[in-house]
Design a protein. Structure first.
Length: 247
């Protein structure tokens, strides 16, 4: 069985890393390439870059940033935000990304998942699901869809997704722990790896999430202190969480 993964997430707006609470009140946290390099050096397994304004502004994710990241980092990274077509996804992979994340466009046109998987391979397709009160939200968490998150995760798998990135909007940025009930429900419904997102405030929170999911997304817990990742890994090992040896 693959070892659990620790995946720092860098939300990007205006070319800078930002972080908010429950998708609101975004604060500048630094340069995305430099932060990504710091996380890589500290033992991150992968990274996720999400262009949080691309969908709302109706534009593609930043290809220039992807190229800069690819030049600097050796670990895999996923890019999302503004992916609306197979051409968008292919362009991101050509620029250097290892995987693409799709959310709103897939909710609006589910066959897009199959199209991406057929061209790029399922291993490169991550379906991001932002959840409020058990339902999937679109357009950066601003538009209800009425779809149950669990049902949408099952459909995403059937259409060829390779992973599910599951974010609890209520827990996002609160540092009070992941939504374990939601995460466990989705993980039990699919055979895909599930990345738990939203709520990490301590090593115990991360360990609990990795008890029901295959990976944990990390944001607020790291952004003010990127070097925290190294000590977090040590704390997790002390809690009995098996992790790969950091490079």
């Amino acid at each position: 069985m693959p070892l659990p993964r620790l995946i720092p997430c860098l939300d990007v707006a205006g070319g800078r890393v930002v972080k908010g609470v429950r998708f609101q009140d975004l604060r500048d946290m630094g340069d995305p390439v430099e932060l990504g390099a710091a996380y890589s050096d500290a033992g991150a397994d992968e990274l996720v870059y999400l262009d949080v304004k691309a969908t709302l502004e109706g534009r593609q994710a930043l290809l220039a940033l992807v190229a800069r990241v690819a030049e600097r980092l050796a670990i895999p990274f996923t890019v999302g935000g503004g992916v609306r077509s197979v051409a968008d996804g292919a362009a991101l992979l050509r620029a250097g990304a290892d995987k693409i994340s799709v959310n709103t466009a897939a909710l609006e046109r589910p066959p897009l998942i199959s199209e991406l998987a057929n061209l790029l391979g399922s291993q490169a397709v991550v379906v991001a699901i932002d959840v409020s009160e058990g339902k999937a939200m679109s357009r950066a968490g601003t538009k209800p869809t009425g779809r149950r998150a669990v049902d949408w995760a099952v459909e995403a798998e059937q259409r060829g997704a390779g992973e599910i990135l599951l974010t609890s909007m209520a827990a996002d940025g609160m540092r009070a722990g992941y939504d374990l009930e939601l995460t466990a429900a989705v993980a039990a419904a699919v055979s895909l790896p599930v990345i738990a997102s939203g709520g990490a405030g301590s090593a115990r929170h991360v360990a609990d999430a990795l008890g029901v999911a295959q990976a944990a997304l990390l944001a607020s817990i790291l952004h003010e202190r990127p070097d925290r990742l190294a000590s977090l890994r040590q704390e997790l090992c002390g809690l009995g969480v098996p992790l790969r040896d950091a490079a």
